[in-house]
Design a protein around this ligand. Structure first.
Ligand code: GAR
Length: 202
């Protein structure tokens, strides 16, 4: 049977992308087929090239005002999109081309600490300044509103009194690395069995 081809969208260092690539290397049913980034110098691009995975650098105008790279993604046979530290909003055109097939990871317990501008250290600083006792991660479907799609998975961790944004980010990254690839795999297996039952991925 044909493999499910994932595109990983990332703007930053790409530590989650790295874990996802490692998890699916040699997998019989799922392949990371493309890494997509909006930054030509993103760390994730060298991770892609070290792993012989093609990459695509995208431009704002094409993404938001053009075809949103739907043609390129379809011609690379991409079936599923995983956001891993990708900070641009996903345009309607791409959402329509991949209905319920785009997921994101957010470094907090949504619905708290989500929305535009809430990414990376901004999230952790807000959590610390509100003196939260716990934080965590949320993996969710992507819809047309920042961080508001249906939740797939959450995991919690402690926020310590002496935490800094960096120490909290480290704990959150560990949770992300331990969970994201596994949740991608289980989400795809649910979609796959639905596809086998109904003949459709949608
Ligand atoms: C991750 O912590 C991810 O949850 C966060 O960016 C980081 C990327 O790290 N995403 C967001 O804040 C989205 N709003 P990485 O490049 O090392 O994977």
């Amino acid at each position: 049977m044909a493999k499910t081809n994932i595109a990983v969208f990332a703007s930053g260092a790409g530590s989650n992308a790295q874990k996802i690539i490692e998890h699916f290397a040699g997998h019989t049913g799922i392949r990371v087929a493309l890494v997509v980034s909006n930054k030509a110098n993103a760390g994730v691009l060298s991770i892609a090239s070290k792993n012989n995975i093609p990459s695509l650098i995208i431009e704002k105008d094409v993404f938001f005002k053009g075809n949103a790279y739907v043609d390129e993604l379809k011609s690379a046979s991409i079936n599923f999109i995983v956001l891993a530290g990708f900070l641009w909003k996903i345009p309607q055109r791409l959402l329509e081309a991949y209905p319920n097939k785009i997921i994101n990871i957010h470094p907090a317990l949504l619905p708290k600490y989500g929305g535009k501008g809430m990414y990376g250290h901004h999230v952790h600083e807000a959590v610390l300044s509100n003196k939260e006792k716990e934080s965590g991660i949320t993996i969710h479907y992507v819809n047309d509103k920042f961080d508001e799609g249906e939740h797939i998975f959450q995991a919690k961790c402690e926020v310590k009194e002496d935490d800094t944004a960096e120490s909290l980010a480290k704990r959150i990254h560990e949770l992300e690395h331990a969970n994201y690839a596994k949740i991608i795999e289980s989400t795809l297996s649910v979609l796959g069995s639905r596809q086998r039952r109904t003949g459709s991925y949608d």
